[in-house]
Design a protein around this ligand. Sequence first.
Ligand code: ZN
Length: 270
Amino acid sequence: MLLYILPLTILITLTIIYIKFSKKIPILMYHRIADVPGDRNSLPPEKFEQQLQYLHSKGYTSINMEQLYAHYVLGEKLPPKSIVLTFDDGYADNLYSAMPVMKKYNMIGNVFVITNWIGKENKWENFGKQLTRTMNEQELLEWKGAGNYIGSHTCNHPKLANCNPKDLKEELRNSKTSLETFLRSDIISICYPYGSFNSDVIKIASECNYKIGLAIFNEVPLLRFNLLALPRIPIPSGQKMWEFKLKVSKIHIIFIMLRQLERRLKKLFR
Ligand SMILES: [Zn+2]
């Protein structure tokens, strides 16, 4: 009996998730656009260009966080093939390597900056990564001036799910306030470092008046669509083009479901 019930339950759950999510906009997660052998989070510029060329040739339109919010909450229409390009940590190569390519293909990006690490070396990582620096204030203004978007990635890049209530509140609130003062505009989106969040993080993010929270696909409960816990799809340095095409297609949610399933099974049999 169990032999039939289990696959059937999985199939029904996957179908419900597919129906709920298949019309959602794919959100891609990049970090550095640079050639750094061995670093999964540094996508070589030629590969980035190949990916954008593909998106352009297929008629995709890149959108920002405010458009995403207006679509989901206010019901505003988006172009039929919309996609979101996000960049974590605010590296200077986003401006110097990614932006020219985005401009060439008429696209925009959303960068999430760590407010205490603006214009500094990436020493918050401190685990053998190649040293590089993040955009300084002048460069961030240039990024924004070219039509790109800036959101919060906290003040210090902690794992938010591990923070005590005081630190959690400060990380979310202070990064928002400092960006709003600097950019003189509302900051409605937060990107959780390491994709780490829980119900407390979502509650405080909502109290701080964030409207959109970005996570990584593996931690997001797909049965409950929540604007403060949106799944993103990582684009690692070794990304094959066929995988990329699958990740941005209408069936990208199937990719997310399969990867979640794979991770759960691995945990189960570890
Ligand atoms: Zn980060």
